[in-house]
Design a protein around this ligand. Structure first.
Ligand SMILES: Nc1ncnc2c1ncn2[C@@H]1O[C@H](COP(=O)(O)OP(=O)(O)OP(=O)(O)O)[C@@H](O)[C@H]1O
Length: 338
């Protein structure tokens, strides 16, 4: 394993391009853990010395393959699982000690949502709202209708929940979390089991909520989901935090690939090799190589290709992705099956 994987690295917020998140780097953390660890009774070390910092106002992606410890972490943050050691603060208060004062400000969607199947979606929400002693009964209807509309369940509100698809149940769970204003939303794999359209809708909703100032902490095993929705991320593997920071800075750590498209791929590969390029791969008319070090003058490389008679159709460095960063950190592929 790469040595950098032995210690979680923080990526300095100001090293990457502007993420457009509007999150000040020194914003008070909404979630902060120190050495948070969970060893299950069977001896399984599910979370190992986690130092997590989620800035206020961020859309924070908690990324890792299945089994990397995301759900266990979320359960510790919500006071559902007792940590073996370490500390955690949510909205500035220690959990699990202060979980009763913290949780009313946190909307959580953990595990598969389990509405009452014999009740309609609307009646499920009315029931939940009624169970909340702080909810004003006079505004209950409006609150419930507002939450239903927000998640796109307005038209299906009168159907029994047992007739709902998984995606509709997921939305109903989100609507329940949105019945009162929340400072923090914690969503465990919110798009799991959804079709592409359902995924797009949930992602758009997450962005909308974030734009209103709610911090969103969402776990996912989907790299592209984190890149699309989140401005900050932490990457987990085997219970340990590999890296955290702004998504743009994380992706920038991966050097990306130099890609040349040409009808003369063999000559191009030879010239690149002669100029010290590593990781060469030829695929049809596409020649890829590890991106050269930042001090390399790309124009010189291009000139060398042309001088050698390579007809260059396109030439450039493709930006590194979070997946590249993950592979660089772990030396492994991002295996969603765990
Ligand atoms: N209640 C439990 N008892 C024993 N081991 C557990 C328990 N819950 C989870 N584990 C183990 O802890 C490790 C981390 O699991 P966890 O569910 O936190 O990971 P995850 O990243 O959320 O994965 P997934 O997306 O599959 O839920 C796994 O090896 C899992 O088998």
């Amino acid at each position: 394993m790469d040595r950098t994987a032995d210690r979680a690295a923080d990526v300095a917020p100001d090293t990457g391009p502007d993420t457009g998140s509007g999150v000040a780097p020194d914003a008070d953390p909404v979630i902060e853990t120190r050495g948070l660890t969970k060893r299950y009774r069977g001896g399984q070390l599910a979370v190992d010395g986690l130092d997590l910092r989620v800035p206020g106002g961020s859309v924070f992606g908690f990324l890792g393959p299945n089994g990397s410890g995301k759900t266990t972490t979320i359960r510790m943050l919500m006071g559902l699982v007792e940590p073996t050691s370490g500390t955690a603060r949510v909205l500035g208060s220690p959990v699990p000690a202060a979980v009763r004062t913290v949780l009313p400000h946190v909307g959580a969607l953990i595990e598969g949502p389990a509405p009452y199947g014999f009740l309609t979606g609307r009646d499920n929400l009315l029931r939940l709202d009624r169970a909340d002693p702080t909810a004003d009964p006079r505004t209950r209807r409006a609150r419930v209708e507002g939450a239903l509309e927000r998640v796109g369940l307005g038209a299906a509100a009168g159907k029994r929940a047992k007739a709902y698809s998984l995606g509709m149940k997921q939305r109903l769970g989100l609507a329940a979390a949105l019945l009162r204003p929340r400072r923090l939303l914690v969503l465990d794999e919110p798009t799991n089991g959804l079709d592409p359209q359902g995924m797009r809708e949930i992602r758009a909703l997450v962005r909308e909520l974030a734009s209103e100032g709610t911090t969103v902490f969402l776990s996912s095993h989907l790299l592209d989901e984190i890149e699309q929705v989140c401005d900050h991320a932490a990457v987990m593997a085997r219970g340990r935090l590999l890296v955290q920071g702004p998504v743009a800075a994380l992706a920038a750590r991966a050097r990306g690939r130099l890609v040349v498209t040409t009808p003369d791929p063999d000559t191009a590969a030879r010239v690149l090799r002669e100029h010290g390029a590593g990781g060469l791969a030829v695929e049809g008319e596409r020649v890829g190589a590890d991106a050269p070090p930042p001090d390399t003058e790309l124009a010189d490389l291009n000139t060398a290709l042309v001088r050698a008679g390579v007809r260059v159709r396109s030439f450039g460095v493709e930006r590194g992705t979070l997946e590249d960063a993950f592979v660089a950190l772990t030396g492994e592929g991002f295996d969603v099956a765990g």
